[in-house]
Design a protein around this ligand. Sequence first.
Ligand code: ATP
Length: 422
Amino acid sequence: MIIGFGSREHALAWRLAAIDGVDRVCVAPGNAGTRSVAENVPIGLGDTDALLAFAKHENIDLTIVGPTSPLQSGVVDRFRAAGLCILGPTKSASLLETSKAFSKSLMKSAGIPTASWSAFEDSRDACRHLRKQGIESCVVKLDGPGTHGRGVVVCGSQEEAISAVRSFFAKPIPGPGAPRVLIEERLYGSEASFFALTDGRRLVPLMATRDYKRRYDRDEGPNTGGMGAVGPLSEDDLGIAPGKVVEYLERAAHEMRKSGRALNGIIYAGLIATADGVRFLEFNLRFGNPEALVLLPLLDCDLFTVSEACAKGHLHDNSVRFSPGYAAAIMATTQNYVPGEHRDVTLDGASTEGTRAGPHVFHHGTYPLQTTTVASRERVLGVAGTDETLAGALGKVYSRIDQVRFADIHYRRDIGAELLQT
Ligand code: ATP
């Protein structure tokens, strides 16, 4: 069973359904696209009781958690307590992703290079700090879960930073506790995500990818959940030896284990290559989305066996293999989407269907409505493809996404472009 409803879960279901010996794949709740490769189960992400009851009743052998929110609700703790096999961190371990303050403190104690920061629980204190220190360029972050890149404002002036601080403190924050805002040193450089798998003790590197967060070309516009991704990145593009990143990830995993929060499943670091070296921006504890659309098509091993071994603490160094070559993924969104707005768009069925070969169309925010498929989220679907070269992968994906039809469609035209120039 896969928990989630996005394109990452569609890609996971697609991979698992193709494995000999996997005779049933369920996605809770899934989307209009997952129906073509798996069985959708109408249980919401937050309904842990129902997820557990379903998994027990149907004798589910393995559960993979897609998004963060079920991790934070303790779905892994509940499944494990019931003796079920589930891939992902416990509620207390998921703090590494869901609390930016927790993750920054861990980076400090583990000696992992990161931007300097200060945390505030009061809007006036934060604004006073900005004025007193004469801070202009900085990054203001809401220390809360489920913000998906929108809890972060990269500021070019003190005015912008003050307004970001005020707006974060003015809104009700997701999750329990007082609102907390971080003011972080603004770093400059190209970004990358470095993925690994850990069973709590052993850590196996997967791949370095790049995702593109801003809504528009040339990295303009607001942050989104991600508009596209490419991979694997070379060491030059990453800006640091992969072995060094693994060493830092192992330190993070070790710190977590020491404090009784052993990790399980995916761990990935958001990195930025500054002129003074690579800095860690954050950790996430699930497949990234759209990065999953790059990793999964290139995976050249049995995802079920690897995930099960990882969940049970039996990961081996040579458990994971990737095909040679490159993958690219582009997300299509609706134009000028306002987060939280509910605006159904009808998808042209034929243009959004998946094909057996060639680029895959993974649905993201879709659901079936009578005889049509509609979408009501910012990101509607992702197209992913592979090739021997990055240019080839991008070419295939752009030709496919150019055929997709729905009202107000928007996608970036410059995903991976800077990597082709080097
Ligand atoms: P997500 O988990 O969706 O990647 P998030 O809400 O956890 O996002 P971060 O990953 O910490 O937030 O930041 C989102 C983006 O903001 C980063 O990918 C980067 O582009 C930018 N950013 C964050 N911190 C900094 C920084 N210190 N300097 C410059 N840019 C930053």
